[in-house]
Design a protein around this ligand. Structure first.
Ligand code: PLP
Length: 220
């Protein structure tokens, strides 16, 4: 087995075990491969193992990789500047870091111009660390939803979060928060949280997706 295949197997085993330990179906948890800073050759290796969707944090880096790998698709998992809205919509199939209404309205206008549809995740920050990693507060959700108004162009797929390091409680808080919003708007909202070091805690708390970089690709 190649390095990637080996690591993929290890991560899948961890997901499976964590799910079973809390009575969840392992197949209900998706694995997003975060490939930022890793070379095209490593993504190629991942594709040979059947992984074809990758998360990248920088628009330019993803453009270079998508040109080299026509069979791959990308999710944007890093902060998005308003002036990158257009290339982001063109090169990513889902945007995971929407966190303010101004950005949302620009995305919606450009998606209409380009005549395209993209999945949207709202990045949530319940701990006021916004200056560091981005994300909107609990009060920030409604203004963003008001912009999208259930537009079929940019449907809401879920909430994405990067909880403060070591704050185990945060995963449970996020799950409750997601459940409340799901009730409020009467629509399924997926939750993306948990990375290489804490995916077990996130699964126990009820995440639908874990985002793994180091555990799959090695150190950056
Ligand atoms: C880098 C990154 C990850 C992956 O982190 P690892 O600890 O390497 O697994 C997940 N989500 C986001 C938003 C990231 O920037």
């Amino acid at each position: 087995m190649t390095g990637f295949a080996e690591r993929l197997k290890t991560i899948r085993t961890r997901i499976c075990r964590a799910a079973k330990n809390c009575g969840r179906d392992p197949n209900s948890i998706s694995l997003l491969a975060v490939s930022k800073f890793h070379p095209v050759e490593l993504l190629q290796e991942a594709m040979e193992c059947g992984v074809t969707h990758f998360a990248e944090n920088y628009v330019q880096e993803a453009i270079v990789k998508s040109e080299a790998l026509p069979g791959a698709t990308f999710a944007l998992s890093g902060p998005l500047q308003r002036n990158k809205a257009k290339p982001a919509l063109q090169h990513f199939t889902e945007l995971m870091t929407v966190d303010r209404p101004e950005l949302a309205s620009r995305l919606l206008r450009i998606a209409e111009e380009l005549d395209i549809c993209r999945d949207i995740w709202i990045q949530v920050d319940l701990w006021e660390q916004a200056s560091k990693v981005g994300g909107c507060s609990s009060k920030g959700i409604q203004p963003i939803l008001d912009v999208f108004e259930n537009s079929p162009r940019l449907p809401l797929k879920g909430f994405m979060a990067i909880p403060p390091f070591g704050l185990t409680m945060a995963f449970g808080d996020l799950a409750v928060f997601r459940n409340e919003w799901q009730q409020r708007i009467g629509q399924r909202i997926l939750l993306s949280m948990g990375m290489s070091d804490d995916l077990e805690v996130a699964i126990r708390a009820g995440t639908d997706q874990v985002r793994v970089g180091t555990g799959l690709f090695g150190e950056r």
